[in-house]
Ligand binder design. Structure first.
Ligand code: 5GP
Length: 190
């Protein structure tokens, strides 16, 4: 049995990665399992622990780092986020494809560990459009808006390093392009 293939979905915060991710995970052709990250960020009302994230304390997160259980981790907007390695190893060794969603800095360490992984960067239509989306989403927290926009600017500077860049202007087209590239890669490995 061949190992599963990893799809990395990256892009600035609030760029609409969530909608693209859901569409990809719900596509039966892609047979994707979601890599659930650990985070110290507080749980939002619409989120489920163990489905959207593993919501952990700082101590628990530090313990995962100490035990080398994270493939990569980063600090974002005052909280830690990390990709647990054991669950990814378990899934790909069983031949399952895995979708990992990370901010742009997380991509390099994942590619170093799993060179075969196919990475996509989701670009906003324009920075102004992203500003509007971030402001709507985090309307009560001006400091968070600014931190997310600064980070988005940095992420967008890294974007040219990605081989596959898709625009969020048309979610359906972005999903179709990601699917085309990923399925082609799966086919090539046969
Ligand atoms: P949010 O707080 O909006 O859920 O996530 C903030 C950012 O962290 C998003 O860009 C998301 O893709 C990214 N992120 C989520 N999990 C991880 C992870 O495990 N590692 C890294 N590097 N980024 C992550």
């Amino acid at each position: 049995m061949s190992k599963g293939l990893v799809l990395i979905l990256s892009g600035a915060s609030s760029v609409g990665k969530g909608d693209i991710r859901e569409a990809l995970l719900n596509d039966p052709d892609m047979k994707l399992f979601y890599s659930i990250s650990e985070t110290t960020r507080p749980q939002r009302p619409d989120e489920v622990d163990g489905k959207d994230y593993y919501f952990v304390s700082h101590n628990e997160f530090a313990e995962s780092v100490k035990k080398h259980e994270l493939l990569e981790y980063t600090e974002f907007n005052g909280y830690y986020y990390g990709t647990p390695k054991p669950q990814i190893d378990f899934l790909i060794n069983k031949g399952k494809n895995v979708l990992i969603e990370v901010e742009a800095q997380g991509v390099g360490p994942i590619k170093l560990n799993i060179p075969e992984a196919v990475a996509f960067f989701v670009m906003p239509e324009s920075f102004e459009q992203l500003e509007k989306q971030v402001s709507e989403r985090y309307k009560d927290d001006e400091a968070s808006i600014q931190r997310r926009l600064n980070k988005a600017k940095m992420d967008m500077e890294i974007a040219p390093l990605f081989k596959h860049v898709v625009s969020n202007a048309d979610t359906e087209a972005a999903v179709a392009e990601i699917k085309r590239v990923f399925m082609e890669r799966l086919e090539q490995r046969k």
